[in-house]
Design a protein around this ligand. Structure first.
Ligand code: SAM
Length: 482
C-alpha cells in the first residue's frame, strides 16, 4: 500500500489511487469467496450490548468485497443487515429537509452541471434578502424546519458575506409557529477562515460532494475554474474541521466515474476524517446524475441502475453504521421507498432546485439545476413515510443542544436514541400535524404517534413526551426537545 496513509493531510495520500486499484483487484478476486463474505457480513452485523447495540463497521477493502459480490442470497443478507443497523442506531425516523438555492452564478466549468460558466441559456439569478425571506416563508408554510442552502461558486456575485447575511436572514424569519432551526450549507470548497465564519453564523452540517474521487476524471470533469483543483476540493473537509465545523457531509455524484472506484474512495475519505479528527462524516449523500438544462446524463458512461444503486446504499450502511445517509428528490418515489429500508436516515421533500423556486408557481423553472423526480408535496411525503412505517422527523435538537461531531456519535453509539431522538421526532411530528398537515395526514399521524410513544423504554421520558404532545395539541408551545 505505497503512499496510502489515512492520517495524511494530502489528498493523494489519503485517497490513494494505488490503494483503490489494489482494493478493486482484491474485491474482484474475492467476490465469490463465500467464507470471506460471510465473515465480513458477521463483522458488520450489529451486536446487542447492555445499553443498546454496537457495530464494528467495515473498512474500505471489506466493504468493497461486499459491493463486488453478485450472489443474490448474500446481497439479500446485506440488505437485511443494513436494515438492522438502521433500526439499531437511528430507529425508523427519517429526518426531513429541503434545499434552498440562493444563487446560480458560477465561474466553474463542471461538465455535468448546467450552472457551468459557459452556459448562456440558463437564467442567472441571485436572491435578494427580501426574496430569501419570501422563499423561507413559503418553506415554513409547508412545514419545513431544516434547510440546505446551495449556491454556485462565484466570489464576485456570491461572496461569503452574502452567504453569511443570507443565513442570518433565514434564521430571522418567524411566521406563525414556523421557524428554520437548522441551516446546512452546500457551497464550494473555501478557506479555513471562511469555514470559521460559517461556524460562527450557526450552520449545521457543511456539505460538499466530491463528485468523483478519481483525480484524472475529476480534472477532466472540472476543466476550468477554482473547482479544477483536486487537492483543494478533496482537502476541504479538513479545513472545515479546522475552522470548527464538526459535522461534515460527504457524497459522490454517481454516474461520473466507475461506482466501485467511487465507493472505495468515499470510504477512504471517511476513514481519513476519523483518523485525523476523531469523528467520521455526519452524513453521506448519494446523488445520481440527472438531466438538466444543457446536460444529457446518457452522454456519461458510468450511469448505475437501480439495483446497483440499492447495493451501494446498503454497503455504505454496513461500512459506516453511525453516519447518516441522505437521499434527495433526484430519485423517484419508487426508488426512495426501496432505499428507505436500506439505511437512509434523511430525505428531502417538496424540493425546488431553482433559484426562487418556492415562490414561483409552475415548473419547470428557468434556473433549475436538475430535474426533480419526486415532485410530491411535503404533506404527501410525510404521509408516504408513515404509510411505509417510518417516522418523519423535523427534529433539530442535537444541533441546538450542541450535540454535534463526536457528541452526537456517542449518543448514537450508546443506544439512547429511543429515549432521545425518538420522542423528539414524535413531538416535532406533532407540531407538523397541528400546524401544516392535511386532515388525512393528521389522522394517520396521531395513530403513528400513539403506537410509537409506546416504544420509549424510559418511563419518565415516555410520560414527559406524552405530556408535551398533549401540550402541543392544546397550543401550549415551549422548547420541548430532549
Ligand atoms: N457549487 C457547489 C460546489 O462547487 O460544490 C455545490 C452546490 S451544487 C448546487 C450541489 C451539487 O449538485 C453538486 O455538488 C453536484 O454534485 C450536484 N449536481 C450538479 N449537476 C447535477 C446534475 N446534472 N444532476 C444531479 N446532480 C447534480
Amino acid at each position: 500500500m505505497a503512499n496510502y496513509n489515512p492520517s495524511s493531510l494530502k489528498a493523494e495520500e489519503f485517497i490513494n489511487d494505488e490503494e483503490i486499484q489494489e482494493t478493486l483487484a482484491y474485491a474482484a478476486a474475492n467476490k465469490d469467496n463465500d467464507a470471506l463474505i460471510d465473515a465480513i457480513l458477521e463483522k458488520a452485523r450489529p451486536k446487542k450490548t447492555k445499553t443498546g447495540y454496537t457495530c464494528a463497521g467495515l473498512n474500505h477493502r471489506e466493504a468493497s468485497v461486499l459491493l463486488a459480490c453478485e450472489n443474490p442470497e448474500k446481497i439479500e443478507e446485506m440488505y437485511k443487515i443494513a436494515q438492522e443497523i438502521k433500526l439499531a442506531f437511528y430507529g425508523n425516523r427519517i429526518v426531513i429537509f429541503a434545499p434552498l438555492y440562493l444563487s446560480n452564478y458560477c465561474i466553474n466549468g463542471c461538465v455535468y452541471c448546467p450552472y457551468h460558466a459557459k452556459n448562456k441559456t440558463i437564467a442567472r439569478k441571485k436572491l435578494t434578502q427580501e426574496e430569501i425571506r419570501a422563499e423561507v416563508l413559503a418553506l415554513q408554510d409547508m412545514g419545513h424546519k431544516r434547510l440546505a442552502i446551495e449556491t454556485g461558486e462565484d466570489p464576485a456575485n456570491c461572496p461569503i458575506e452574502y452567504v453569511l447575511e443570507s443565513i442570518k436572514t433565514i434564521y430571522g424569519v418567524h411566521h406563525k409557529n414556523g421557524d428554520i432551526r437548522r441551516v446546512n450549507v452546500n457551497i464550494a470548497a473555501t478557506t479555513v477562515e471562511n469555514y470559521r465564519k460559517l461556524k460562527d453564523a450557526g450552520i449545521g452540517t457543511y456539505i460538499l460532494f466530491q463528485e468523483t474521487y478519481h483525480k484524472q476524471s475529476y480534472e477532466a470533469l472540472h476543466p476550468t475554474g477554482p473547482k479544477h483543483d483536486y487537492a483543494y476540493h478533496t482537502e476541504a473537509m479538513d479545513r472545515a474541521m479546522e475552522g470548527g465545523i464538526d459535522d461534515v457531509g460527504l457524497g459522490v455524484l454517481f454516474g461520473l466515474e466507475r461506482y466501485k472506484y467511487e465507493f472505495a474512495g468515499l470510504l477512504m475519505h471517511a476513514e481519513h476524517l476519523e483518523a485525523v479528527h476523531g469523528v467520521g462524516p455526519h452524513t453521506i449523500s448519494v446523488p445520481r446524475l440527472k438531466r438538466a438544462d444543457d446536460i444529457d446524463p446518457d452522454s456519461f458512461d458510468n450511469g448505475i441502475d437501480d439495483d446497483t444503486f440499492a447495493k451501494i446504499v446498503a454497503c455504505i450502511r454496513l461500512a459506516v453504521p453511525y453516519t447518516g445517509m441522505i437521499v434527495s428528490t433526484r430519485e423517484s418515489e419508487k426508488v426512495r421507498t426501496r432505499l428507505l429500508s436500506l439505511g437512509i436516515s434523511q430525505a428531502s421533500g417538496a424540493s425546488r432546485t431553482s433559484v426562487g423556486g418556492y415562490t414561483e408557481n409552475e415548473r419547470p423553472h428557468d434556473s433549475e439545476q436538475f430535474d426533480v423526480s419526486d415532485q410530491r408535496t411535503l404533506d404527501e411525503v410525510v404521509r408516504w413515510l408513515m404509510e411505509n412505517n417510518h417516522i418523519p422527523s423535523f427534529c433539530t435538537a442535537c444541533y441546538r443542544k450542541g450535540r454535534t461531531g463526536d457528541r452526537f456519535m456517542s449518543l448514537c453509539k450508546s443506544g439512547q436514541i429511543l429515549n432521545c431522538c425518538h420522542p423528539n421526532a414524535l413531538m416535532t411530528l406533532s407540531e407538523y400535524l397541528e400546524d401544516y398537515a392535511s386532515p388525512e395526514t393528521k389522522k394517520l399521524g396521531y395513530e403513528v404517534i400513539q403506537r410509537e410513544l409506546a416504544k420509549i423504554p424510559n418511563e419518565r421520558v415516555h410520560s414527559i413526551a406524552e405530556q408535551n404532545i398533549a401540550d402541543i395539541r392544546n397550543s401550549n408551545r415551549r422548547d420541548f426537545n430532549f
